[in-house]
Design a protein around this ligand. Sequence first.
Ligand code: ACO
Length: 435
Amino acid sequence: MSNTIKLSIGKAKLQINDKTAELPIIQGSDGGLGVDIATLRAQTGAIIYDNGFNNTTSTLSGISYINGESGILRYRGYAIEDLVHYASYREVAYLMVNGKLPTLKEANQFSAYLTEHSMIDEDMHHFFAGFPRTSHPMAILAAMVTSLSSFYPEIAHDDVNFTITAARLISKVRTIAAFSYKKSRGLPVVYPQAHLSYVENFLNMMFNTPNRPYNIKSEENQLYVNILDKLLILHADHGQNCSTTAVKLVGSTQANLYAAVSAGICALWGPLHGGANQAVIEMLENIKEDGGNVEKYIENAKNKDYRLMGFGHALYKSYDPRATLAKELLDDFLSKCSISEPLFEIAQELERRVLSDDYFIERKLYPNIDFYTGIIYKALGIPTNMLTVMFVLGRLPGWIAQWRELMGYGIKIFRPRQIYIGPGAVEYVKMEDRV
Ligand code: ACO
């Protein structure tokens, strides 16, 4: 998309004291309206204050469409439901990066790129050794992704070679993620293998050990591969959320793609964002240790002493369509696997109570994607501190696509203003004269 696209459909007038600003009204392809306030300060001296940027954008984007009121999510126009039911993660990753679904030949070529670029430079292994065992895998991942820029500095921008750049990043981040886990457990790393698919390789690198070989081709493990592939699709993109905005903020300075993605990883880590999936499991474990007292946690949330993790969403004021799909995947998985886990029962009880409680109904607080995905990852045996890393693996194609879209605009550095509330001019007092 180019910044020369004409979206203006008229003028809005905004009166501030005795000055009236005339501002272009712009309209997106979904009918959504915006007011271009770029000249507001020049016309009136005022800027826009928008706490948390919740009603502001600095981006025109054609990647994901979200209708929070109706619970609709589409990637590049395709319904999330269709992609989860019929597509694979490699197809969706290609769709994100290239803007179109791949033909079989293109998909196979993309797989070949993923395989070819799955290793990381042996010298990077020394970095892993330097982290304490107790490191959070997200800390290792963010640092290692930044360091990729030293080992693989070339980033192609043309269509053919950008696909390779994207595949290289997607594949290597998956390898780094699995290595981070192995290192945190003091276990030898398992290298990616050319005959395994993207997700198969990830699970094999996570769970294969020299003394206990892991049969990724077993019927049960193929079930895990299938569900994980779909979970990654659910995470692939979600508009201008906090981590995507972090990617773009750093990208807008023309820092390299790895630096921008690393910023996205750090932003995703927080429990109000992608870190919520880890926080969900920790919350359920706390409830379990507390004797399964779900009611106490609900009451604490209503008294504002506590936030129920995995509930609520900044945009979705009806059911998050990703949560609906994740719940479908969870139910299907539990019907096929005889897993008995008290946390699932607590989760079901919590969900049931929240959905019938006026406090949550009035505030339109439904389970979000992290509520169910956290539980599924747990069921798949993914360790709790790796849950947000799983989100990174899914979101990576979206971040890459959003970064590339930004580059296509003719980048303007993100530089918000402020409403200053500090002291006026204060006279400097030398240290010896201060009391
Ligand atoms: N538990 C209890 N109460 C909540 C929760 C919650 N999880 N979320 C919001 N509320 C309440 C608030 O206290 C507030 O109540 P009030 O109107 O009486 O003051 C009201 O609902 C609105 O809350 P806001 O914080 O304004 O809602 P916002 O839409 O800005 O926040 C957010 C969205 C951050 C996701 C919030 O719902 C939350 O903290 N949820 C828990 C963390 C979580 O699951 N995050 C993952 C989000 S999905 C993702 O990032 C991939």
